[in-house]
Write a protein that binds this ligand. Structure first.
Ligand code: ZN
Length: 424
């Protein structure tokens, strides 16, 4: 997601608009699966039963997708034949993964790699769109003496087996087509690039950010908090990318946390301006995950099916201003607090709620965004739950400054603790 949000490339490359619409009309049915039918259990069924149903459900979706794949299962791990084997394979992939690095205490739980930033075709030089937002955030933190470069944690890039913890073989294979990737990232010129270039310049930066999101859960568990300076691809689900999101980093991160961190209840607080339909679909049938989603219903993705799986839905209409937005957030957190006692909070902190954002259509001031993040971190502190933050959508030139200011505010309010550079 160097857009995380649909439409961005439409205004970046208006000359290609007509052809993009044709791509969608002609290719979408052939590439993506039929609508997934699911329901979120809300009964008093006990947890093992619910988990078993979720595994069965995940397996049946995976199986349906994989049967059309010509490539078979990668690596030495055998193809699962039933739901139990599917879960065993998932566990095995997670437990043999290298993504959970050991991070020394001298480092801050702030994760970033220069590979996050996307620069090709001159995209980085084009008007308001900031495809190097992630690097700019770190530059500001460094210039403001909040964070030394050597305090930043560099994540690993996930392997195919890591991605298969959530995605199907056929979905990952579909990314070998530049046309498919161009539709997901909604940058039509990507369709005509050789796929090796698309892998290197588009998908690899995304994958590195996925590695950062996965690692952030481990660091949050160890330190109480963590920030992945990228990630938050909340439109991508296990079987379908879109809205500039090619990998379901939130779903992968949570599956890792279930297996390797002894986490059993997760709260997703999604405050990006757009509905987080990817993780909502992925955890549709899983009561271990509670979703609070506050989004503008007037904009992409209008995913009616995914809406049914939001546990607490707060719709903020276009042109909502700061005070009204923050009041709704207070009310929502109050409701969420009563409904689940999480042992991990995943905070998707998109800044496309900012006034002037060409996609979010909300009118929250920079100070309002800083206050929003503070409220969520205070909430996590009050709940006694580790929190990880992802930066998600919002790509105006001004966003990086606002995010850096917010991190500085969290530090000043002692909601996060960054070791001083002198102690390194
Ligand atoms: Zn967004």
């Amino acid at each position: 997601m160097f857009g995380v949000d649909s439409c961005r490339p439409l205004f970046l490359f208006p000359v290609f608009n007509a052809s993009l619409v044709k791509y969608h009309l002609r290719l979408t049915p052939a590439i993506f699966s039929p609508p997934i039918i699911a329901f979120k259990l809300r009964s008093s069924l006990d947890r093992p039963v619910i988990r078993n149903r979720f595994v069965l459900f995940s397996y049946s979706r995976w199986s349906a997708m994989s049967s059309s794949s010509a490539s078979g299962v990668s690596s030495a791990i055998p193809t699962p034949k039933n739901a139990d084997e599917f879960e065993a394979v998932r566990r095995s992939r997670i437990l043999s993964s290298k993504l959970y690095l050991d991070v020394p205490p001298s480092k801050a739980p702030i994760i970033y790699s220069s590979s996050y930033d996307i620069s090709f075709l001159g995209i980085e030089k084009l008007h308001p769109f900031d495809s190097s937002k992630w690097g700019h955030i770190c530059q500001f933190l460094n210039a403001d003496k909040i964070l030394e470069k050597n305090q930043i944690v560099e994540p690993l890039e996930p392997t195919r087996d890591d991605l298969l913890v959530v995605h199907s073989e056929s979905y990952l294979d579909s990314l070998k087509s530049s046309v498919n990737v161009s539709m997901i990232v909604e940058v039509p010129p990507v369709a005509v690039l050789p796929n090796f270039l698309v892998q290197k310049k588009v998908l690899q930066p995304f994958r590195k950010q996925v590695g950062g999101t996965v690692l952030s859960a481990k660091l949050a568990k160890e330190r109480g908090w963590a920030i992945n300076v990228g990630g938050g691809f909340h439109h991508c689900s296990a079987q379908k990318g879109g809205g500039f999101c090619a990998y379901a980093d939130i779903s992968i991160c949570i599956q890792f946390a279930f297996v390797a961190l002894n986490i059993s209840r997760v709260m997703i607080i999604d405050l990006d301006a757009h509905q987080g339909n990817g993780h909502e679909i992925d955890f549709a049938n899983d009561r271990r995950v509670y979703v609070l989603d506050m989004y503008n219903p007037d904009i992409y993705p209008h995913d009616l099916e995914a809406k049914r799986y939001i546990d607490h839905k707060v719709e903020v209409k276009s042109r909502t201003e700061t005070d009204a937005y923050l009041t709704k957030l207070d009310e929502a957190l109050e409701v969420a607090k009563r409904e689940i006692n999480p042992d991990l909070i995943v905070y998707n902190a998109g800044t496309d709620i900012l006034e002037g954002d060409p996609l979010g259509y909300l009118k929250v001031t920079p100070k309002g965004v800083v206050e929003r993040d503070e409220k969520v971190f205070r909430f996590a502190r009050k709940m006694g739950a580790p929190i990880l933050m992802l930066t998600s959508g919002g790509y105006m030139k001004s966003n990086a400054r606002v995010i850096a200011d917010s991190i500085m505010n969290l530090k000043n309010k002692m909601l996060i603790d960054i070791p001083s550079s002198a102690s390194i």
